[in-house]
Design a protein around this ligand. Structure first.
Ligand code: MLT
Length: 326
């Protein structure tokens, strides 16, 4: 019998053993608490989405899901941390259009790649972008706001959650449409950035609806428009950018769950099913819908659908940002 033939048997046995260990491991999953990395500060939109969905998933999976806010560098610090974690299903991340798409063209030496270093689990919430300003900003509508920004750019500052964050890239697009380059003020998330806006320490921000609804209803900030074709059901009185004369500014972000590349398929399937169950729960839906987010439709919930979204969004933002920064 040839050497190769002799070698084949033990290798086959080893592969069989590995597959059966993996299967039993996945069968017992989860056997202990799961860490969910949120790459932005507590209280921001990604943190809210992660906590609302994870709380329900923990009930389904029968183990606690502990949120860990690992902040910095527009969310890429936490995303890099998740990419390096053991692919065992016990470290996950709630990322989004920034960390898992727009960061790629913005960071030439990004420590991870959203497609090569992550397994898509599920889309969690679509989050339309709003144009926001401090409460006493001297402009009564979007047209006046744009005119004021153009005339006073060097006196104004724009809050965001770090280069590559949703708030950063959304306002990069907004600023490029206006032809302005204001001073950017980075925060570890739009939770703290919103506090600065409410405190009138910054002038304006492009942020996800989830973070803005409570402040708008409380009258602590100004909202000029929502950057989607239709008005947002949670803010029916807020004009769309098209109605307000800036149809070119259309942006809706998304938040989604990922695991490190190599996480076993049965574990990914369990997590995807638990996320889908959370998105069908009436309390979870009410929380997310009341905050103006869109719940992924059935055909958007598969792992493959999220993989396609990440791929197309990397391409889209690579184009948008190249134009915006020229
Ligand atoms: C957050 O949760 O702070 C935001 O998603 C940050 C951002 O991307 O703007």
């Amino acid at each position: 019998m040839s050497f190769r033939a002799v070698l084949a048997w033990p290798l086959a046995a080893l592969a069989l053993l590995a597959a059966s260990v993996c299967a039993s491991w996945a069968q017992d999953y989860p056997a202990r608490q799961i860490t969910m990395i949120v790459p932005f500060a507590a209280g921001g939109p990604t943190d809210v989405v992660a906590r609302v969905v994870s709380a329900h998933m923990a009930q389904t999976l029968g183990q606690p899901i502990v949120i860990e806010n690992a902040v910095g560098a527009g969310g890429t610090t936490g995303a890099a941390r998740a990419a390096r974690a053991a692919p065992d299903g016990y470290t996950l991340i709630t990322g989004h259009m920034g960390t898992h798409a727009a960061a790629v063209p913005l960071y030439p030496k990004l420590a991870y790649h959203p497609e090569k270093d992550f397994e898509p689990i599920a889309q969690l919430a679509g989050t339309p972008i709003l144009v926001l300003a401090r409460k006493d900003f001297p402009a009564s509508d979007l047209k006046a706001f744009v005119a004021y920004l153009k005339a006073n750019t060097d006196k104004l500052n724009m809050a965001h959650a770090g280069v590559g964050s949703v708030s950063h890239v959304s306002c990069e697009l907004f600023n490029s449409i206006l032809g302005i380059k204001p001073t950017g003020v980075p925060f570890n998330g739009t939770g703290p950035a919103m506090n600065a806006l409410v405190g009138q320490q910054v002038d304006y921000m492009c942020d996800q609806v989830i973070n803005a609804v409570p402040q708008i209803r409380g009258g602590t900030i100004r909202a000029y428009a929502v950057a989607t074709p239709e008005r947002n059901p949670s803010l029916p009185e807020l004009s769309t950018t098209a109605e307000a004369g800036l149809a070119a500014f259309q942006v809706s972000a998304w938040n989604a769950m990922f695991a490190p590349k190599g996480t076993p398929e049965p574990i990914l399937a369990r997590l995807n099913a638990a996320a889908a169950k959370a998105l069908d729960d009436e309390n979870v839906r009410k929380r997310l819908l009341d905050l103006g987010s869109d719940i992924p439709k059935l055909d958007e919930r598969s792992r493959a659908a999220l993989g396609r979204l990440v791929q197309s969004e990397i391409a889209r933002w690579s184009g948008v940002l190249k134009t915006a920064q020229n």
